[in-house]
Design a protein around this ligand. Structure first.
Ligand code: PZK
Length: 287
């Protein structure tokens, strides 16, 4: 890198650097997490798949909401982004009932204040997608909150705008993905504000790390669904009797290869772009 970049943050598998006063560099590694633990074995090109997928969705949703992406770097895993004032909400949209939504529903019949019909099963499709914001936890899991609490954090008008925007994004992407054999069960967005106070989509969008991708041809409500991308890793880990605390296990070559193939398959199905073409010229792929 010609310019000096100060490290300003870490996600589980991504790093964030400051380029200058108004630009950040988001770098996606090939690390993979399962059961909330980052494993010691990397999945070759996973960071490039996720970076390319996010760039694809940013291009496809720019008429709905502006986003922070300025440019992809030639390495295919680094994105130059506009620096924003981030809003303190994880903006989750659920089209299917699973994960913490399923847990909350079983305990209370509701998710983040959305009272749902009785008798729903794990992984059932919801009649309408619901906006279920959570707060960013410093460590551990984000905490689901109800609409009033979320509106306190960002203001009522901004909350309404976030809800409308997040649902519209989900409807666009989930319909598109479903036609290509991938169900997006739920997804998480992060938004920020530009200096004029306009809402801007930040972070990543509709990647398998920010969303649950399910293979449509195996969808069967009433049980947990296989993960489109991580199921080989989970299945392998389940054979080990691993207690799911760090450090996680090394993955054998077949599991790495099968998992890489699933990431590449998701990329190609969703974008319609040959992954090798993306690798050759990342910045050209989505023009
Ligand atoms: C920002 N994060 C979380 C994500 C990390 C950390 N465009 C932006 N402007 C200002 N801040 C952020 C962003 C974005 N995106 C995002 N923390 C700050 C995060 C990924 C990796 F290390």
């Amino acid at each position: 890198m010609p310019e000096a970049a100060t490290h300003v943050g870490s996600g589980k598998v991504r790093e964030l650097y400051e380029l200058d006063g108004d630009r950040l560099l988001l770098v996606a590694s090939d690390r993979i997490s399962t059961f909330d633990v980052v494993l010691p074995t990397e999945i070759l090109d996973k960071g490039r798949v996720l970076t390319g997928l996010a760039a694809f969705w940013f291009a496809r949703t720019r008429d709905l909401v502006p986003n922070h992406l300025l440019a992809l770097r030639p390495d295919g895993r680094s994105s130059e982004c506009r620096r924003l004032g981030m809003l303190p909400l994880e903006c989750v949209v659920r089209g299917y009932l699973t994960g913490s939504g399923w847990k909350d529903y079983q305990a209370t019949g509701a998710v983040c204040g959305h009272v749902l019909a009785e008798g729903l099963r794990d992984s059932d499709k919801l009649p309408e997608p619901i906006f279920t914001p959570s707060t960013k936890a410093q460590e551990g899991h984000d905490e689901n909150i109800d609409r009033d609490r979320a509106a306190e954090l960002v203001g009522r008008e901004r909350f309404d705008e976030l809800e409308r925007t997040a649902i519209a994004l989900y409807e666009l992407a989930s319909a598109y993905a479903a036609e290509r054999g991938i169900l997006i069960a739920d997804t998480k967005f992060e938004f920020g504000l530009d200096p004029e106070g306009r809402l801007v989509l930040a972070d990543e969008a509709f990647t398998p790390d920010s969303s649950r991708f399910w293979p449509a041809d195996e969808y069967e409500p009433g049980r947990p669904q296989p993960s489109f991308d991580k199921q080989f890793v989970r299945d392998y880990c389940e054979t080990l009797g691993w207690d799911k605390t760090a450090p996680g296990p090394e993955l054998p070559d077949e599991v790495v290869a099968g998992t890489r193939a699933r990431y590449v398959e998701a990329f190609e199905r969703l974008t319609g772009i040959d992954f090798d073409d993306y690798l050759a010229e990342p910045e050209v792929a989505f023009r």
